[in-house]
Design a protein around this ligand. Structure first.
Ligand code: ZN
Length: 770
């Protein structure tokens, strides 16, 4: 109160007497005039800056995982259902050729977000590397420029533990769990769920920014994962694309992107938003013998759509210059008027977006999956608009203008050209600086292994500088073993869903090459899925004694050890897993589940808290703390944890139900009732919620309504003596004595030892007799 008064007084004083400079400007000498002009210039500059602050463009980066360029309508696929992408292309620019550097989610996104090729940003694989925290990213640059930053990602390779959250104020990477108790987290989130989260963020922003003058521009990155294998579009899209489920997934994502674009249009944001829609890589769909992506560096998996629309971008143009993953960062910064860092591998494509022609820039390509996971040869390549060179034990050169499918190797006709490409590739790899030194600490533990990476790079350089004669040449060429890779991939894909077939496939791979860790690791997963825990333990211990067990392997080991009753060893395995990968919450969560299963809620709570330290507001940890509190009869604590779980995700039905149960147990019937009702509205066959709702209604003096829900609970399978007795009492209270008698009789039949109910049955039966 006092402070407010002071401020008001000061304001009055400032506005008080007329300023001294009531002297006409003309009477002031030339020097003074200069001062006024300078002051005026500063005033104008501030005003203009203020004006440009509110008129700065928003930036929306949409990356659609695994989207082949030629499965988009705008790129000529007449059978595609991608009206939203097509309309963006009509409103803006569609680059005829856009190329990713690597056909893997994490490394490719890292290039888009840093403007650097993989040897320079250091992320060479999914799940094994973290983007160095001190590397400037698109998000950190936008944040520094005063933008609100948010990311909504839908696939595990982009989990925050891999460093992609740097610079984002909001990084929404939570993936839902599979159906069934204790099921693992999905590796993906569906496009509708992700879009709903994005819309929630936009709505929240709109509500907290009622004054349009104070609205900060935003940089928003939305990543959709659906087109990634397995191709399982939602039923409506599965029906529309019965023979092309991959295209069904793409159509579904496009429709969800449509929800987002519509929201921006309705809110008046679209006109001042630059949208860049692209993909991290394509999908081979059998071309070159490859089923999915990741192994080869052909256009089937590296060519992507690249569409930019928004203010200042010419409509309906098709720039011919090749767009690259590394160009995303400089282009978006340039379009937002933010200075581009020196030393990036990418360049701004802004001239092309204004309709100007730009000189070609070559694209660095790599495919290290076969090397990293199978010990085969690495693939490196260079692509220009007309040619592609691939450095492999059997070198390849394609004339793309005549052979877009890359099926005629022209290496023997153009050795000089190939050698030039090879030399350029060596330079690109040699010039790659090592990851900034502080990153080892920032990324922690096993996530990045700069030493072995440096060694790998040196090996690669040795190989690349040679002409196929050195010892690396004995490494297997991935194109000679693609069938084995496909078998391995199928085995991995089936390890949880069809473990018997997976075991057979993986064992056949291991017969051909017993060293392949990926096969051994997934064999263990398939064995767990078959409940063959002793064999799974043996498989992981094999990896462990070779020094190649990952934190995930140890988590699996911990689970199997727990199941077979070796609790102490399980704990040790999980502790080792936590030490191996301190950024993963999984070891702590698994440990917590193990304690809960052994009815040790206090120990479980401690483990859940550790998970929460690693991932703040981790929903399983929050809900687990609620369960642990409930198990210790700490109703207030349970209530607080479940409330926090719901605050984190207001759509979390399970947390809503648990909170309702806690409130009912606290005697807070009026608070429990609407929560039970909410769960039942969303999940009409949730038997326990139906029973809870019925009980709450009965307690609130609404027996007639309660009857309906007790009956529905029984139909939904929640038939228990408590529910039958509740139904009987509700019927009795609404005057239906005959109905009440039936319910009590059924209850007594299930459990005869209920003296109160037995007496009621006797009384009611007596009343019925004339
Ligand atoms: Zn991907």
């Amino acid at each position: 109160m006092g402070r407010k008064g002071t401020r008001a007084r000061r304001k009055t004083t400032a506005r008080g007497p007329a300023p001294k400079r009531a002297v006409p400007l003309a009477r002031i000498g030339i020097v003074a005039t200069g001062v006024v002009v300078a002051a005026l210039a500063i005033w104008m500059a501030t005003r203009l800056a203020g004006r440009s602050e509110s008129s700065r463009v928003n930036i929306l980066l949409v990356t659609i995982d695994t989207l082949r360029w030629d499965h988009v309508g705008a790129y000529g696929d007449g059978r595609a259902a991608t009206p939203v992408l097509d309309s963006l292309a009509r409103r803006g620019a569609k680059f005829e050729t856009a190329v990713a550097h690597v056909a893997l989610t994490a490394p490719s996104h890292a290039s888009m977000l840093t403007g650097l090729i993989p040897p320079r940003h250091g992320v060479r694989d999914n799940g094994a590397f973290a983007l160095p925290a001190n590397l400037p990213t698109l998000a950190s640059r936008f944040a520094q420029a005063g933008y609100d930053t948010a990311a909504f990602v839908s696939g595990f390779p982009l989990d925050r533990r891999f460093g992609f959250s740097t610079g984002f104020a909001v990084y929404d990477d939570w993936l839902p769990r599979g159906p069934g108790a204790g099921s693992r987290a999905y590796v993906e989130r569906r496009a509708d769920d992700t879009t709903t989260r994005v819309l929630g963020w936009l709505d929240g922003r709109a509500q907290s920014n009622r004054d349009p003058g104070s609205v900060r521009p935003w940089f928003l990155w939305v990543h959709y994962f659906d087109p990634h294998a397995a191709y399982e579009p939602p039923p409506e899209f599965a029906a529309r694309f019965p023979d092309r489920p991959y295209d069904g997934e793409i159509a579904f994502v496009d429709a969800q992107l449509g929800r987002l674009v519509q929201r921006l249009e309705r809110g008046g944001d679209l006109a001042r938003t630059i949208v860049l829609a692209t993909a991290d890589h394509g999908e081979s769909l059998g071309e070159h013998g490859e089923q999915t992506h990741g192994i080869f560096v052909y256009d089937a998996t590296l060519r992507v759509p690249f569409i930019v629309a928004g203010p200042g971008i010419s409509a309906g143009i098709t720039p011919r210059v090749v767009a690259r993953g590394v160009d995303v960062m400089p282009t978006l910064l340039d379009l937002a008027g933010i200075r581009i860092d020196a030393g990036l591998d990418g360049r701004s494509l802004r001239p092309a977006l204004g309709g100007q022609s730009m000189p070609d820039a070559s694209v660095y390509l790599e495919g290290l999956v076969a090397e990293r996971h199978l010990g085969w040869a690495p693939l490196y390549g260079v692509r220009t608009s007309g040619w592609k060179y691939i450095d492999a034990p059997t070198r390849e050169l394609y004339d793309l203008s005549a052979d877009a499918a890359e099926v005629r190797n022209r290496i023997d006709d153009h050795r000089d050209r190939a050698d030039k490409f090879s030399a350029a590739l060596s330079v690109a790899l040699k010039s790659a600086p090592v990851i900034p030194p502080a990153s080892a600490e920032a990324t922690g533990g096993k996530a990045v292994r700069p030493d072995s990476e440096a060694a790998a790079r040196l090996r690669s350089l040795g190989y690349l500088s040679g002409s196929g004669q050195n010892k690396s040449a004995v490494k297997r060429d991935p194109k000679d073993g693609i069938q084995l890779i496909n078998t391995l991939e199928t085995g991995i894909a089936l390890s949880s869903t069809d473990p018997a077939r997976a075991v057979a496939l993986l064992q056949s791979v291991l017969r051909e090459d017993p060293r392949i860790e990926l096969a051994r690791r997934n064999l263990a997963i398939a064995l767990v899925a078959q409940s063959k825990h002793p064999e799974a333990i043996e498989a992981v211990n094999g990896l462990r004694s070779d020094g190649s067990a990952t934190a995930e392997d140890l988590v699996l080991l911990g689970e199997s050890l727990r199941v077979v009753g070796r609790a102490k060893e399980a704990e040790q395995a999980l502790t080792d897993a936590a030490a191996l990968d301190p950024r993963s919450p999984e070891p702590a969560l698994t440990l917590a589940r193990s304690f809960m299963a052994r009815n040790q809620p206090a120990e479980a709570a401690a483990a859940y808290r550790r998970a929460l330290e690693i991932v703040p507001e981790h929903p399983e940890a929050l809900a687990g703390l609620g369960e642990a509190a409930l198990a210790q009869n700490d109703l207030a604590g349970a209530s607080a944890w479940f409330e926090r779980t719901l605050a984190r995700d207001p759509q979390d039905l399970k947390a809503g139900f648990r909170l309702a149960v806690v409130r009912a147990r606290q005697g807070r019937t009026a608070d429990a009732l609407p929560l039970f009702q909410w769960v039942v509205d969303r999940e009409p066959a949730h038997g326990d919620a139906l029973a809870g709702l019925a009980a709450a209604l009965a307690k609130s003096g609404r027996p007639a309504e309660a009857i309906r829900y007790f009956e529905r609970a029984i139909n939904a399978g929640a038939r228990s003596t408590a529910v039958l007795n509740g139904l009987g009492l509700a019927r009795l209270e609404s005057g239906d004595a005959a109905g009440a008698l039936t319910a009590f009789q059924m209850s007594i039949k299930e459990r005869p030892d209920q003296p109160e109910i037995a007496r009621l049955v006797r009384d009611l039966s007596a009343r019925r007799r004339p």
